[in-house]
Ligand binder design. Sequence first.
Ligand SMILES: NC(=O)c1ccc[n+]([C@@H]2O[C@H](COP(=O)([O-])OP(=O)(O)OC[C@H]3O[C@@H](n4cnc5c(N)ncnc54)[C@H](O)[C@@H]3O)[C@@H](O)[C@H]2O)c1
Length: 451
Amino acid sequence: MGRITRRSFLETSGKTVAGLSGLAAFPMATARVLGTNERVNIALIGCGGRGRYVARGMAELGARVVYLCDLHPGQIDETAKFISKVQAEKPKTTKLMQKVFEDKSVDAVIVATPHHWHALPAILACQAGKDVYVEKPHCYCVWESQQMIKAARKYNRIMQAGTQNRSVPYIHKAIEYINSGKLGDIHLVKVFNLKPKRRVFELGNSSVPPDGFDWNAWLGAAPKRPYYQSIFENMKWKNFWDFSGGDFLDDGIHQVDIATMLMGNPGLPKGISAAGGRFHYTDDSEMPDLLEVCFRFDNFLMTVEHSCYPEYMRKTSGTIRRNDLLPYWTQNSTRIELYGTKEMMILGRTGGGWVSMVSGGKVVKKEYGRHPDVFHQKDFLESFKSRKLPNADVELVHTSCCMMHMANAAYRLGNITLSYDKANDKFIDNSQADKYLKRQYRQGFEVPEQV
Ligand SMILES: NC(=O)c1ccc[n+]([C@@H]2O[C@H](COP(=O)([O-])OP(=O)(O)OC[C@H]3O[C@@H](n4cnc5c(N)ncnc54)[C@H](O)[C@@H]3O)[C@@H](O)[C@H]2O)c1
């Protein structure tokens, strides 16, 4: 890690988070060597709804949750209660992620903070010798992903992204089916993120942060702004570009990641066109409520359709995920369609299953789905022991996450078409678009240039 960055991170955080100043450099990669039956010690950084669910899942699979870290004391309390249902031993708690990195008993961290707070803890964890399970979307911008890949490789760490569909058997069966050639040549992939109608978002008034909650640290690399309860709660930070790329990124990434996997992990596209806007809502969100994107690859096109206003669209239900059932595809929000020369496949994410059809709607092959989380968490714990790359290795998911960021750049620049120079990792003749590849970091929260 670059010394300057580490120092500035600690110094600035230290102004707001008690106990940071004067902290020595993190020990370099000091991973414990585990005996065959020893349990993996996990720390959770970001104790919101998702983090506590993943941590509990890992505990149920035999890991030990040893540390809970969050800037908000209420989130730690809720998570401790949640974990206590499956683990008698109480985890240590802290609001300082540095404590987690310093603790030699911690083998791996789950990073489940908001999107703008993924890259830095993931990189710091690698430097401290911890493996990383980082929630999706693993990066806030393209450059962050590049730095995360470098850190994982340099420190020989497992870094698994939270795109859990990469681990579920029914999707692997779809890949086998596609690779057998049954679909023929696939030149069009259509990805849907047509979410059900969402609530109107009202920012409301700013207020004083709750006792003990470090709002300045929560803002991290993003510009300073007053505290709004409405931003913090229920992932409503997704409504702001400072913290996220919207629901298009947050939820759409699951389907785009599956689509890239089905297409053999083709790497970044060479072109991106966007058309979208705020057609339905006039609320305080900054995000488009309709966005259509077309990605150009050498031999196929991938379209992504995003919206969040139709009442009749539905995500795949729990009943479908738990049973041998398939969704009603036409109104399934989160499906992927592959148009081969011979067959057409429709696949549902996160337990939706798939069908492959010929003309007349005749289904020639189908698979039911199951929820992928347990498979993905197991894969992470197995990778910890085997030191083999996990199913959603950070380099593998670089493509899907960066595609979403590129699409948002094309939208934010006024619904334009961009061409990408893959060899030099920049847009062709568009310096404005290049600015979206790397964010401006608030002093003290920079992702290091040298990992
Ligand atoms: N894979 C999935 O299916 C799935 C599902 C839901 C959410 N997610 C992802 O999980 C992540 C978390 O989602 P969530 O719903 O739990 O969000 P959340 O906002 O409810 O929780 C995030 C927590 O992180 C804490 N935090 C923020 N900055 C921190 C810092 N610097 N140090 C310590 N704690 C910090 C916040 O205080 C908050 O408690 C997001 O990236 C989200 O997209 C993934």
